[in-house]
Ligand binder design. Structure first.
Ligand code: ATP
Length: 237
């Protein structure tokens, strides 16, 4: 399970099948290739012709165009304003990123996700109307610090600053006990959403969702819980 990716991809509504990505740096390229691999229609654009042809050669997108996104007319002509979701992946050129975001919002795009490279950049993007701002370096740094200090927490999805969904390695003292016996809701205020299925010997990790109260926790497997961060911190991990 990769909870961290939810943070970004939850903004990309399944019913919207088409995405435009502006900027083909490392971040833009990974967004393109993931959406493309998931079977969505993606239009990739960049001011740099070489990056556009590279994206096509490497087949990380079905369609790619060279354009200067600071020019509203170029975006209009390329049909960018018709997309439900536009991802502005220009992190290192703040002026271009801000102007592009403004253009795309003024063009009427409903869902604009923009990459920020600093706190100030993040604030500016919000001011010009970005619906969601992602700060991948900051998010990756926080996640790394968390995994270093709490290695049993395998993945985290922040619902808000106080509440999270986390995937946790089953603590030793839970081994062999049932969901009912442990009373996680009463003792910790946490709800167990899923337990990894150790009986599944196929390659992919499988989960039992809403586990039965008689389901036993086993060392070596994982559980996904939802709750307040302070309560998650009280777990014996
Ligand atoms: P990194 O690659 O270091 O992770 P990043 O993903 O934020 O960073 P940038 O270095 O910001 O990427 O580059 C984003 C891309 O945006 C570059 O390929 C650049 O050519 C492109 N770009 C910059 N200005 C414009 C513009 N006006 N119109 C379209 N594309 C642009």
């Amino acid at each position: 399970m990769n909870l961290s990716s939810l943070g970004f991809f939850r903004t990309l509504n399944k019913t919207n099948q088409q995405y435009a990505v502006i900027g083909l740096g490392r971040f833009g390229r990974s967004v393109c290739s993931t959406l493309h691999r998931l079977g969505y229609e993606v239009l990739a654009t960049d001011i740099d012709e070489k990056r556009v042809s590279q994206a096509l050669t490497e087949e990380i997108t079905g369609h790619a165009l060279q354009l200067d996104s600071t020019e509203s007319a170029a975006l209009k002509e390329a049909g960018i304003f018709e997309f439900d979701t536009v991802i502005i992946a220009i992190g290192n050129y703040i002026q271009e990123s801000i102007i592009t975001t403004l253009n795309v919002k003024e063009g009427g795009v409903k869902n604009v996700v923009a990459k920020a490279s600093s706190e100030v950049h993040c604030k500016l993007l919000r001011k010009v109307g970005a619906d969601r701002v992602v700060f991948p370096e900051h998010e990756a740094g926080c996640a790394l610090a968390q995994t270093l200090t709490k290695p049993a927490i395998l993945d985290t999805f922040d619902l808000d600053p106080d509440n999270s969904i986390v995937e946790i390695a089953i603590p030793d003292e839970f081994d062999g006990k049932t969901v009912a016996e442990l009373q996680l809701r009463n003792r910790y205020g946490l709800n167990v959403l899923a337990i990894s299925d150790k009986t599944n010997d196929g390659g992919d990790e499988k989960f039992i969702i809403n586990p039965d109260p008689h389901k036993r926790f086993e060392k070596g497997s994982t559980m996904v819980v939802i709750g307040h961060n302070k309560d998650i911190d009280r777990l014996p991990i």
